[in-house]
Design a binder for this molecule. Structure first.
Ligand SMILES: [Fe+2]
Length: 381
């Protein structure tokens, strides 16, 4: 049984039966810090650099983003929900991920964090204005914590379909005709990052940003060496939040793996996927339903090979649940769906990938031959 409520006197929650890995063993990572500097409320947006903003905008519209602002040098993308934009793409020489920006719960949290790390707070050029403090996580990835002065107002959204379930006829005398159009993105859900310094980097997000772990994965036969992946949520007390806003895993690389954007329901994922396929975009993996987080998922590659996910119906957890523990395996990534692809796993060998692995094994970090072998075994089991 996993995710035992922190308050052991409370009743069992329904999801304990649906998600049946073990909880922690004595002395294992508790998955949260006792006294974090602040507690971020959510991911705000992700920052990218790309040479061709026109091409980026075409994909963004096809994938289902709305345009929050566009200049010669910047493209701000958003979903239909009120709040901050969910992505900024700046014109640059290379196509690369710059880093995530997390949303501070309070304006004063930005000041508190800046004081704690000895940085200055700066105004940022986000639509609506805001303030930011710039940090680096232990992987060397730039991380911002931001507070937006004026959240963007909501846009008209895509309505979920009215479904006849067999026991309840909610739709009578009318047909079901989901339009084949881009799924309309509602909001940014999560980002997944790879790191060679997993434990160190995980602890930084817990200690500095007050995030808490929903699920740990460990390498089969190496549990005593600690976890190698964590699904991490924001701590908003009794308010339920996404099962993961950030996921970190040990690997030879550093940085972006994928990011996920919520759409309204399964038909929005499927019809939006047909729309993308018709335009020649490449599906990486989907459609299926995950185990950790339970999301309905569909993964796509943008024209620069960045992986982006449409998701719907993810788990929402309050702060009251302890982390679950499970062995890492490719077959454990989904409850149903097509077999996981090599593209999704990043398992296609290439000279640059091989160089990355060799460098990671040579340098001082948490990856060693036993763990690399464990990761390779997990990806094929
Ligand atoms: Fe995901």
């Amino acid at each position: 049984m996993s995710h035992i409520p922190i308050d052991k006197g409370g009743p069992l929650t329904p999801h304990q039966d649906l998600h049946s890995e073990q909880g922690p063993l004595r002395g294992e990572h508790p998955g949260r810090a006792r006294n974090p500097v602040i507690k971020v409320a959510d991911l705000a947006w992700l920052e990218f650099e790309k040479p061709d903003l026109d091409r980026a905008e075409v994909f963004a519209r096809d994938f289902g983003f709305a345009i929050a602002a566009r200049t010669e040098h910047e493209l701000w993308l958003r979903g239909t929900f009120a709040g901050s934009p969910c992505m900024v793409i700046r014109r640059g020489h290379a196509s690369r991920f710059l880093g995530p920006a997390f949303r501070a719960a309070e304006r004063t949290d930005v000041d508190r964090l800046a004081a704690a790390v000895g940085n200055t707070v700066r105004d940022i050029d986000v639509p609506g204005g805001g303030r930011s403090v710039a940090l680096f996580d232990p992987s060397g990835l730039p991380v911002r914590v931001v507070h937006c002065a004026e959240p963007l107002p909501a846009l008209p959204g895509q309505q979920p379909l009215v479904l006849n379930t067999g026991i309840e006829g909610r739709r009578t005398n009318t047909t079901q005709r989901p339009p084949r159009e881009p799924s309309r993105i509602q909001r940014l859900g999560h980002v997944v990052l790879e790191t060679r310094t997993f434990t160190h980097t995980l602890d930084w997000y817990l200690d500095t940003l007050g995030m808490i772990v929903s699920d740990f994965l460990f390498l089969d036969g190496q549990r005593r060496r600690g976890p190698t992946m964590a699904f991490i949520r924001c701590d908003q007390g009794s308010t339920p939040v996404d099962h993961h806003t950030l996921a970190l895993h040990l690997g030879p690389g550093t940085g972006y793996v994928h990011s996920a954007y919520q759409v309204t329901d399964l038909d929005a994922i499927a019809a939006g996927g047909e729309y993308l396929a018709e335009r020649g975009y490449r599906r990486s993996w989907g459609i299926g339903r995950h185990i950790q987080g339970s999301q309905l998922f569909d993964y796509w590659r943008d024209p620069d090979r960045f992986m982006l996910e449409h998701f719907a119906d993810g788990d929402l957890f309050s702060c009251d649940l302890e982390p679950g523990w499970a062995p890492m395996s490719a077959s454990g990534l989904a409850q149903w769906g097509p077999p996981v692809t090599r593209d999704f796993l990043g398992a296609s060998p290439s000279p640059s990938k091989l160089r990355e692995v060799m460098r990671a094994l040579r340098d001082d970090n948490e990856l060693d031959p036993a763990r690399l072998l464990g990761l390779m075994k997990a990806m094929s089991s």
